[in-house]
Write a new protein. Structure first.
Length: 202
């Protein structure tokens, strides 16, 4: 018995479930994330939800993993379909969420306003957690060691420090407007490891 077969069946069942916050008039392969981080700088521009590099990177990683499991299970049709999905997500993340002027992945509001949020946030580095971006996007990592970017004495801030709304929402609640969070830091450090393994330096 092929041990990968039950795994691919389970993965397909999950992937076929109705995708919450999907589409809504935006790029058809990008997912919308309702803002689980209630105090972010970008949430002001996106009214609390938007197309983010985070959830779309997770979806890319899922598609790549399912394709690899399908290979092991001898399901080449499934592998082909999910590699195509991964490539589509990658293309849209790089074309729609990349700010060429800021040289960073940003949040795009849901709805008819395609303008990206006017702030760099640490979660914009999440695509490297799954080795999604092409080499030309690695310039984004310059913000990690920039004291006006994310570099701070005790870790990486969740929003760029040069932004006028950095740490402007008070304290004591769930602030992602610059406050350092262990989850965001660990995710970014894993992404950084992938970046460094690629053999480039910021």
């Amino acid at each position: 018995m092929n041990r990968a077969a039950p795994s691919i069946d389970g993965a397909l069942t999950i992937s076929a479930a109705p995708p919450h916050h999907f589409g809504f008039g935006g790029p058809p392969a990008l997912r919308v994330a309702a803002c689980s981080r209630p105090v972010t700088v970008s949430a002001i521009a996106t009214c609390g939800s938007g197309y983010r590099a985070t959830i779309n990177s997770y979806q890319y990683g899922d598609a790549v993993a399912i394709a690899q499991i399908a290979d092991l299970a001898g399901r080449q049709d499934v592998a082909h379909d999910f590699r195509a999905k991964a490539l589509k997500i990658k293309e849209l993340v790089q074309s729609r969420l990349w700010d060429k002027n800021a040289q960073f992945f940003k949040v795009m509001p849901r709805g008819n306003n395609p303008a990206l949020a006017n702030v760099r946030e640490l979660h914009g580095l999440t695509p490297w957690y799954f080795n999604l971006p092409d080499p030309e996007f690695m310039v984004a990592w310059k913000q990690v060691m920039d004291p006006k970017g994310f570099y701070a004495r005790f870790g990486l801030t969740t929003a760029e420090q040069r932004h006028p709304q950095f740490r402007s929402h008070g304290i004591g609640t769930c602030e992602w407007d610059g406050a350092i969070w262990p989850f965001a830091t660990s995710q970014t450090l894993s992404a950084l490891a992938n970046y460094l393994r690629a053999g480039s330096s910021a």
